[in-house]
Design a protein around this ligand. Sequence first.
Ligand SMILES: Nc1ncnc2c1ncn2[C@@H]1O[C@H](COP(=O)(O)OP(=O)(O)OP(=O)(O)O)[C@@H](O)[C@H]1O
Ligand SMILES: [Mg+2]
Length: 249
Amino acid sequence: MQQTGSPPPERLAARALTVAYDGVPAVEQVSLILPAGCLCGLVGMNGAGKTTLLRALGGFIAPGSGSVRIDGLPPALAQRRQRLAYVPQSEQVDWDFPIRVRDVVMLGRYGRMNLLRWPAAVDRRAVEQALERVDLSNLAERPIGALSGGQRKRAFLARALAQEATVLLLDEPFTGVDLPTVQLIITVLRELCAAGATALLATHDLEAIPTFCDRVLLLNRRLLAFGPTGEVFTQANLLRTFGAAPALP
Ligand SMILES: Nc1ncnc2c1ncn2[C@@H]1O[C@H](COP(=O)(O)OP(=O)(O)OP(=O)(O)O)[C@@H](O)[C@H]1O
Ligand SMILES: [Mg+2]
């Protein structure tokens, strides 16, 4: 429990993170700290390094140099302890994998289960509650590949909910998603962050950013700007990020 007056705990920290593919840097010298309770937008052009940064923060690719800490832990350990939830960009998922929606969500509970990995009542309840929260209970028996794009996004969000992760990394969760689902995702993320999690979310939906992100990180291989949305999400900074300033809402 956080004491009154003490700063929120540091959830996600990266120092001088550099990631290269075949010697070519895709992310260079990125440092950031996200405390508990923070919902941060990650913005940049196609190819700016957003997915690469999220994957390196989550420990899914090894950085060339620099360090990452999730709740003070190296990413691999944070993964094992189920602190980290990662919602990948849709194109990176093998949707033909034969697994039911309910089992995708149950994957979020494995770190908490006994050695036999046999779900207990508490695990089943967490899964049902998460499915209910994202309005997918009626599709729980379907193979994940038989869901629509927006329904799949909700299934991954349900897995993150069931997991009770403290750090959420989401790669374009709004792409191809209808407005009610966008609003549902935002509401759930807000609730999780209010309860002490932190979320970093890549998106091209610039209009929505000021409505729900309290922080923004602008990326073009290097970190261009990072801080409170009101200070960072400006026409001048977007011009630096995209080469042209989209009209802000
Ligand atoms: N597996 C890979 N091997 C080699 N280069 C890669 C690989 N993955 C990404 N890249 C390159 O790294 C750079 C950053 O790609 P990344 O996918 O991180 O960008 P992004 O900001 O997520 O883009 P988008 O908005 O299109 O999703 C690009 O130039 C891309 O071509
Ligand atoms: Mg990407």
